[in-house]
Ligand binder design. Structure first.
Ligand code: SF4
Ligand code: SF4
Length: 677
């Protein structure tokens, strides 16, 4: 079966031009006006937030209107993309309303906001030629083993799903409900039903895998991926997207309906941590089970490749050991807080997330009060201090050095939990990533904005906090002075590196310039606050900045959109558009690394498989056709482009830096042929 590429020719031509950095990317007048309106809108909203009188002040209303008009009337090729962007903006405004509210109002506002965003995603990804929404062609063609595997896995999952929905049938006091009584059989017999559920889900997935790939020659088979309702934005894909979105909204903001499903996980939680399950234990367990079994599916599917075999084993072990067992076992050993008394109070949360691979900036809570206490208080030692130093070492030394040698793939495609889920559970959705130049532009602006946001939010939260408190760490202390010195060195060094790169090799790169200016400005503001004795570094209240980051980025973006929208927007939405850790490593990978994907252009038959299956939306074929090295900040080195290439054109390599960035000397584009100087 021939796979249908999910992009159109005009977009590929655009991509080729952008790869060459062609001047034809210049903005039209309409786009300039749109962007101007959006910029004015953002400034007005920030002004409104600074004033902070009401949830919707005049400034905010005017700002949201300007953003809505700017985004809604943006110059797109198709009208439905305008409808999509207008709805997406309305969803964002709804999210802001939810952010300002509490309780049930917040819950319903967020449900509405994400519903609008899902509909927006539907308009954005609308394909007028698509007919087969139920994937009947796929269902007719899968074999009996696949059908049986699907049935068993769904039966296992339905135990959790039925426990989840049971709260909706809970009768009023003094009344009874037969449905509720039936559904409560599962959480009331949690040990047995949780075991059955996990065994059935795992067994079903393995059976499906066996039915799909056993008996076939080795090599990737993506048969029917464009016709399967789940993986081609058909009805099942939409249902899964909606269910995941509702689950994430409840997980983050309204866990009450999950109560009976959480009870189902109690026996396992008691066994591992010695305490009752909560929504995060339920989530962590499901997350790990999914990575484990779909990881095995991935290994079997890509069994011809040693790279995928080793990488996926690391992905599974990293999730199982580093992200799941170590934090929970440490918690049960009381390194995590629950039994630790500070000033007579029981502390909670200090070591919940002691995943040793999850450092700042991905872990936004790395410098929360609970973690600062755990790093420094006697009761947590020696683990607390070790975790602090390991976190700093991981961020400042290990990450840039390893990324220099092998690219960011060591983290994004080998160790990271978000990447682990994307590579295993998300494998069926990798072709849904958007390959257009517009998406690439949005990616760069949004990702770098999130990086600035986490930098500002961390400094904003820590600075006033450390003006009041001091944490002794044996040979010194974490206080306002050491914080100022440490952060200043990082900011000044960061600005110097960015300016240096721009002044030498990358003379036209605007992102390096903007980054350098932002680092300098943050250093200046911090210095002013430090010497003037002020409390707030960035004018807006520090607590609001931190709270906003946790809400909009930490929960809504990374969780609800990042995973909930897998079946609609692809499996790496968060990694590509939002993850500050990926952004940090992307800068190293782009400008100072040995990693690249080499292309043997003469062998390329332009089939487009590589671009189709690139989860990061990179138009790999455009590079291959020109025989150019692929050196993109966003490439996570998953290696799938190379594996799906029928001609062996693409090779992931770590080699000398010399010549790594040199493109093809001749650029052929719709503007003519010119020298690549
Ligand atoms: S370019 Fe290749 S290795 Fe990089 S993210 Fe895309 S598919 Fe993976
Ligand atoms: S590089 Fe390989 S997969 Fe990509 S277009 Fe060329 S032949 Fe096809």
């Amino acid at each position: 079966m021939v796979a249908k590429p999910n992009y159109i020719m005009s977009e590929i031509i655009d991509s080729n031009l952008s790869v060459a950095g062609d001047a034809s990317q210049a903005l039209s007048t309409r786009k300039k006006i749109n962007l101007g309106l959006i910029a004015i809108g953002i400034l007005l909203v920030l002004w409104g937030i600074y004033d902070e009188k009401t949830a919707f002040s005049y400034q905010k209303l005017a700002g949201f209107t300007a953003i809505f008009v700017g985004v809604g009337l943006f110059e797109y090729k198709f009208w439905y993309q305008n409808v999509g962007s207008a709805l997406f903006t309305a969803g964002l405004i709804g999210m802001y309303y939810g952010y300002t509210e509490g309780g049930d109002d917040r819950y319903y506002a967020l449900m509405g906001a994400f519903a609008l965003m899902l509909i927006a995603a539907g308009f954005f990804t609308y394909d007028p030629s698509k007919k087969n929404y139920f994937g009947s062609q796929y269902v007719k063609n899968i074999n009996m083993t696949q059908k049986l595997g699907t049935f068993i896995a769904m039966a296992g999952f339905s135990i959790i799903a039925l426990s989840w929905i049971s709260s909706a049938f809970e009768p009023a006091e003094g009344q009874t409900s037969a449905i509720y009584d039936f559904l409560m059989v599962f959480p009331n017999n949690a040990a047995i039903f949780l075991t059955i559920s996990i065994v059935a889900m795992g067994g079903g997935i393995l059976l499906y895998t066996f039915g799909s790939y056993a008996g076939h020659t080795k090599g990737i088979k993506n048969n029917y991926v464009m016709f399967n309702s789940l993986s081609s934005r058909g009805a099942i894909g939409w249902i899964v997207g909606i269910v995941l979105t509702v689950f994430y909204v409840q997980l983050y903001w309204h866990a009450a309906p999950l109560a009976n499903a959480i009870d189902l996980f109690d026996p396992l939680s008691q066994l591992l941590r010695g305490k009752e399950a909560d929504q995060w234990f339920l989530y962590g367990t499901l997350y790990t089970v999914v990575i484990l079994f779909l990881g095995i599916k991935f290994i079997y599917k890509y069994r011809h490749s040693r790279y995928h075999l080793i990488r996926t084993i690391v992905v599974i072990l990293s999730q199982l050991i580093l992200a799941y067992f170590i934090p929970y076992i440490m918690e049960s050993l009381s390194y995590n807080s629950a039994d630790v008394l500070v000033e007579g109070q029981k502390q909670y949360g200090g070591y919940y997330s002691a995943n040793p691979i999850n450092s700042w900036p991905l872990n936004k809570d790395a410098f929360s009060d609970a973690h600062l206490r755990a790093y420094t208080q006697e009761a947590y030692q020696p683990v607390g201090l070790a975790y602090l130093f390991w976190g700093i070492l991981l961020f400042l030394v290990v990450t840039p050095v390893v990324t220099y040698f092998v690219g960011k793939r060591w983290y994004c495609s080998w160790f990271c939990g978000c990447g682990g889920l994307a590579e295993t559970a998300g494998d069926s959705f990798r072709h849904l990533s958007n390959k257009t130049v517009k998406a690439w532009n949005i990616e760069r602006w949004v990702l770098h904005s999130v990086m600035v946001f986490i930098l500002i939010s961390t400094i904003a939260a820590l600075f006033p906090y450390l003006t009041k408190k001091e944490y002794a760490i044996g040979f010194g202390s974490i206080n306002k002075n050491s914080f100022y010195a440490f952060v200043s060195v990082i900011l000044v060094a960061g600005a110097a590196v960015l300016f240096y790169l721009r002044a030498t090799r990358f003379k036209k790169n605007k992102f390096l310039l903007i980054g350098g200016i932002i680092f300098s400005a943050v250093f200046l503001l911090l210095t002013i606050a430090y010497f003037s004795g002020g409390k707030e570094v960035f004018v807006i209240k520090s607590t609001s900045i931190k709270k906003a980051y946790g809400f909009f980025v930490g929960a809504a973006f990374s969780g609800v959109i990042g995973v909930g929208f897998y079946p609609i927007l692809g499996n790496r939405v968060w990694c590509r558009f939002g993850c500050p850790m990926a952004g940090y490593m992307g800068i190293v990978q782009r400008f100072k690394s040995k990693f690249r994907i080499t292309t043997n252009g003469a062998q390329c038959i332009s089939c487009g498989n590589c671009s189709t299956y690139c989860e990061q939306g990179i138009d790999v074929r455009a590079y291959a056709q020109k025989g150019e090295n692929i050196v993109r900040a966003s490439c996570v080195g998953c290696g799938v482009c190379s594996s799906v290439c029928p001609r062996g054109v693409l090779k992931l390599e770590n080699g000398p830096e010399d010549g790594r960035l040199d493109g093809n000397p001749l650029i052929v584009s719709k503007d003519g042929v010119k020298l690549n100087m």
